[in-house]
Write a protein that binds this ligand. Structure first.
Ligand SMILES: [Zn+2]
Ligand SMILES: [Zn+2]
Length: 169
């Protein structure tokens, strides 16, 4: 038991301080991925579509530049949804176990958004913002300083990026 605890702490330490080993995958293990470096932003999303996608109270979104995706292997199926903006959001999930791995937002074509809970160590990420708080369950807000009642705009994304930079540098 003690050895397992030490091993776990070792992995978290490595990924947090060397920018290495930011890995994840689906529940059954047939899809695996790895990032080269820290994400650009992290957000909790309280929208109803995220509730449906996760079967839970909110989504945990990790925004990554596509160039930062080192590896993504394994078969996925996609589900396309038209967002509030009228533009598409294409989700990729494991056809075997149903875990959502990442999604592609038409409005931010140079980025991919990963599902925070799909990382092997989701605790390595701090959350800097909350959005769609007008759809939040009354007990689900975590009280981020940066928050919006509806969807993100460029101003909100930039504020999140600045916050992430100042913490990770
Ligand atoms: Zn799977
Ligand atoms: Zn959402």
């Amino acid at each position: 038991m003690l050895n397992l605890t030490r091993l776990h702490l070792g992995i978290a330490h490595e990924s947090q301080f060397q920018g290495l080993g930011i890995k994840g995958g689906c529940s059954c293990g047939s899809v695996r991925f790895e990032l080269r470096d820290r994400p650009v932003w992290t957000i909790l999303c309280h929208c109803d579509a995220c509730k449906k996608r996760t079967g839970s109270a909110f989504g945990f979104s990790i925004g990554v530049d596509t160039a930062n995706v080192k590896e993504f292997v394994g078969p996925t199926k996609t589900f396309n949804r038209i967002g509030d903006s009228g533009r598409s959001v294409r989700y990729e999930f494991c056809p075997n176990c149903g875990t959502t791995l990442r999604w592609h937002v038409e409005l931010i074509p140079t980025m991919q958004v990963f599902a925070g809970g799909a990382f092997d160590d989701p605790g390595q990420f701090e959350v800097f913002g909350e959005m769609y708080t007008d759809e939040a369950l009354p007990w689900a807000r975590i009280g981020c300083e940066l928050s919006r009642p509806g969807g993100p705009d460029d101003h909100f994304r930039n504020a999140l990026m600045e916050r992430a930079k100042s913490v990770n540098s």
